[in-house]
Write a protein that binds this ligand. Structure first.
Ligand code: GLU
Length: 481
């Protein structure tokens, strides 16, 4: 499912890569690495800009602008989504590719960072035209060696989803006949096309784990004047696409109260909570988040929705949503960045000086790429997780339970027996790998912030950790002795 939030920006942003670099520079000061190495880490290694024509059906042609940027090849393949949006520009794709490099390092996913962009509004094209564009885009990447299981592996992003990933893998396989690992050339595929269970929800689930970890640290919650745990926390989410929807759903299931939801057409609010699934269905039916019966307030100007009373704000739409223009009106004490680059450096400085916590994008939304990594591993091993050992584990557990029952004379109930014996499914293994990744990475990042380098924000800490890991990689490659 593709994210559905539309950009609110009037003009293309031309400073996003600059913003990422300024976050990088700020963090680099807390690392011991030589400037030349830092420059190498920061720069975008390969920027491929291309154009191709598509037939419009009425004898006319349209020239489409497209990009693929590989930010860092210190680890291969490079990895990152493909975005379909009218707002796409080179600066944005470079910034997003850079964020992918740091993101992978933060969650210990062994890839370099990349990103792709096609400058179209998918809503203006038929499915046939979108297929044509996607297949043509893929062919252009193949021609220039910008795609492949060991080279560069795309995934879904804003405006793309499982359908597009299917077209990509099919095009790649057709042009690489006999390639055993062809399915690993892209992730986020449907299950029937060698995808993995849990990838669709992965980014949203990862955000849920990130927020849950953040609010579990009593020392930090005390400083914010908040109680420990998700239970009863008031949350506003911007974006009801794939990322925002699943993040809201999992947070709600864990006891959080989704008090506000914002989409490009407007925002709704209810201090007692909104039913996320019901709002999602209402929007699907009516085409708008507005006029939802369960809301006590609604705003035609969506950004006003971000400024309502809450504990946690989750921007899960696009970059540049929280800026110096609105940060002083944000009431949340925690901002969890579901989107890439939703907060500008100026807004972050203001917010952290006030004592707020920002859970940075490069960690917070890394669930997607983490499960993409699992999908890639599954594709390379040609076997689903759990297939070999599920039954073996169940039989071993059954023998164990039988032995204990016999020795103690205690008999488990049918439900207890089932729970103890059951072997893990692929989905359970994926979710467990994701949960472990998000928990470990949060504390690694927080440790750098609070103990090791004593920096002002989790973002700076995340950058410091990422820079250190990438620097070690380069040095071990022998490039920087
Ligand atoms: N587009 C997603 C991101 O920004 C996923 C990337 C991937 O799975 O490779 O993290």
């Amino acid at each position: 499912m593709a994210k559905t939030v539309k950009a609110k920006k009037a003009e293309p942003e031309v400073h996003f890569f600059g913003d990422v670099c300024s976050f990088f520079d700020k963090a680099a000061r807390f690392t011991p690495h030589p400037q030349g190495l830092l420059n190498q880490i920061k720069t975008c290694n390969s920027v491929y800009r291309f154009q191709f024509p598509i037939r419009k059906g009425n004898g006319q042609f349209e020239v489409i602008d497209a990009w693929r940027v590989e930010h860092s090849q210190h680890k291969l393949p490079t990895k990152g989504g493909i975005r379909y949006s009218e707002m796409v520009n080179e600066d944005e794709v470079m910034a997003l590719a850079a964020l992918m490099t740091y993101k992978c390092a933060v969650v210990n996913v062994p890839f370099g960072g990349a990103k792709g962009g096609v400058k179209i509004n998918p809503k203006n094209y038929t499915v046939d035209q979108l297929e044509n564009i996607t297949r043509r885009y893929t062919s252009e990447l193949i021609k220039k060696n910008f795609i492949g299981p060991g080279i560069d592996v795309p995934a879904p992003d804003y405006g793309t989803g499982e359908r597009e990933m299917s077209w990509i893998v099919d095009t790649y396989a057709a042009m690489n006949p006999g390639s055993l690992d062809a399915s690993a050339c892209v992730t986020g595929k449907p299950i029937s096309q060698s995808g993995i269970n849990g990838r669709r929800e992965a980014t949203g689930r990862g955000i849920f784990y990130a927020v849950r970890e953040c609010v579990s640290v009593s020392e930090d919650m005390k400083k914010l004047g908040l109680s420990v745990g998700l239970e009863g926390k008031k949350v506003i989410v911007q974006g009801l696409g794939n990322v925002g929807f699943y993040a809201s759903k999992f947070i709600q299931e864990a006891g959080g109260i989704i008090v506000g939801l914002c989409e490009f057409e407007g925002a709704i609010y209810n201090p007692k909570g909104l039913d996320v699934e019901a709002v999602f269905n209402h929007r699907k039916k009516t085409g708008s988040i507005l006029n939802y019966k369960g809301a006590t307030k609604e705003f035609k100007n969506s950004s006003v929705g971000l400024e309502q009373e809450c504990d946690i704000l989750i921007p899960a739409a696009l970059e540049n949503q929280i800026t110096s223009a609105n940060i002083s009106k944000i009431k949340a004490k925690i901002i969890a960045e579901g989107a890439n680059g939703p907060t500008t450096p100026e807004a972050e400085e203001f917010f952290t000086k006030k004592g707020g916590i920002i859970i940075p994008d490069m960690y917070c939304n890394a669930g997607g790429v983490t499960v993409s990594y699992f999908e890639w591993l599954k594709n390379l091993s040609h076997v689903a997780f759990g297939r070999m050992d599920k039954r073996y584990e169940e039989n071993a557990s059954r023998t164990f339970v039988d032995t204990i029952e016999k020795a103690t004379g205690v008999t488990l109930s049918a439900d207890q027996r089932k729970a103890v014996i059951k072997g893990p499914t692929e989905l359970e293994l994926v979710n467990s790998g994701l949960e472990d990744t998000m928990i470990r990475s949060y504390h690694e990042m927080r440790e750098i912030k609070v103990v090791n380098r004593k920096v002002d924000s989790l973002r700076t800490a995340a950058f410091v950790g990422a820079i250190d890991k990438i620097a070690v990689s380069y040095m071990n490659l022998g490039i920087f002795p």
